[in-house]
Design a protein around this ligand. Structure first.
Ligand code: NAD
Ligand code: IPM
Ligand code: MN
Length: 344
């Protein structure tokens, strides 16, 4: 049966890296069990330009009816200060699809170790489970002339389901360790967060739980990243800590993610943004996008062998010395993609 993948290329480097991701997918056609229909839709800034809204109904409907959604990146400085922003579409899409669990794995490539500004990155292997449809992102935002406020709220139910997701993730890993990150010394939401984490832990005697305050967690990610296995945290902390963690990997450009909810429909996207500073030059690192395609094949389509092929090919490509500009090299997006395909 043919599966439908809805692609949202978005803005900035989005179209360049989406093309790379789809080329890799297409190169794997022979080894896949299913055939895939690709359906592209406007989303983000490009959708504001065409439809006056970052998430047109036609795009949302298509996403809802897809077997998986692939997203590249959205956003552009030209919408700074505008009433309608591309980022609003991203939040609406995550909410509308019920994608509460964002999975952001960190892998250190042996060959890229020297590019990490941090020295002791050997043996680092963790995954961040970021709560994605609650917290301060979705509370009321009020902006007046001389004051502003943003409301952070979490229900016990929202916390419980992301905790269960994190403990289930930990259970499948060898170290079976969860670090729950909060700011319970100040925030009410964090006090509830910690209480629910302790309750859920009762159902997972095989998994160890540790609590960490977010400020010292930010420090430990640099000084002792080896200590982490599964990190679970609220929406805003997860956003910030994962961009920080990318510096262990050498570049933001290699970080993929998947987002899941109850419905079974999942969305795959690199964690970086539209990188307007390098857009249109053909020099973006496509690896975060390509690895998001691998996550899609494994998590939505049960194509673990194909996913592994992509991951191995990326590793070989780095081993053979290919480097985009973010890694100090001169390899273009297209040349890196071709090199990965040649190693599949
Ligand atoms: P960014 O992630 O776009 O870029 C940060 C820095 O990393 C830039 O110097 C950029 O050139 C570099 N970079 C990012 N991805 C890269 C890649 N694949 N290859 C090489 N270099 C890469 O973050 P920003 O500049 O703070 O934000 C730009 C826009 O992207 C904003 O509008 C923001 O809201 C949006 N954004 C969107 C998403 C998303 O679509 N999911 C995520 C983050 C930011
Ligand atoms: C991300 C991005 C988004 C977020 C922005 C663009 C709304 O930074 O996907 O990490 O904060 O979730
Ligand atoms: Mn982010």
């Amino acid at each position: 049966m043919t599966k439908k993948i809805v692609t949202l290329s978005g803005d900035g480097i989005g179209p360049e890296i989406m093309e790379a991701g789809l080329e890799v997918l297409s190169a794997l056609t022979e080894c896949l069990n299913e055939t895939y229909d690709i359906e592209a839709h406007d989303f983000g800034g490009i959708a504001i330009d065409h439809f006056n809204t970052p998430l047109p109904e036609s795009t949302l409907d298509a996403a809802k009816n897809a077997d998986a959604v692939l997203l590249a990146a959205i956003g552009h400085p030209k919408y700074n200060g505008a009433k309608v922003r591309p980022e609003q579409g991203l939040l609406q899409l995550r909410k509308a699809l019920g994608l509460y669990a964002n999975v952001r794995p960190l892998k250190i490539y042996e060959e890229l170790k020297n590019f990490a500004p941090i020295k002791n990155v050997s043996e680092v292997d963790f995954v961040v489970i970021r709560e994605l449809t609650g917290g301060i992102y979705f509370g009321a935002h009020e902006l007046e002339e001389t004051k502003a406020r943003d409301i952070n709220d979490y229900s016990a139910e929202e916390i419980k389901r992301i905790m269960i997701f994190a403990f289930e993730t930990a259970r499948k890993r060898s170290r079976k360790h969860v670090t729950s990150v909060d700011k319970q010394n100040v925030l009410a939401t964090s006090k509830l967060w910690r209480k629910i984490a302790d309750e859920v832990a009762q159902d997972y005697p095989d998994v160890t739980l540790e609590h960490q305050l977010v400020d010292s967690c930010a420090m430990l990610l640099i000084t002792n990243p080896q200590k982490f296995d599964v990190i679970v945290t609220e929406n805003l902390f997860g956003d910030i800590l994962t961009d920080e963690a990318s510096s262990l990997a050498g570049t933001l450009g290699v970080m993929p993610s998947s987002s899941h909810g109850e419905s079974g429909l999942a969305l795959y996207e690199p964690i970086h943004g539209s990188a307007p500073d390098i857009a249109g030059q053909g020099i973006a690192n496509p690896v975060g996008m390509i690895l998001s395609v691998a996550m899609m094949l494994r998590e939505s389509f049960n194509e673990s062998a194909a996913a592994q092929k992509i991951e191995d090919a990326v590793e070989k490509t780095f081993r053979d010395g290919y480097r985009t500009k973010d890694l100090g090299g001169t390899t273009t997006t297209q040349a890196l993609t071709k090199a990965i395909i040649a190693r599949l």
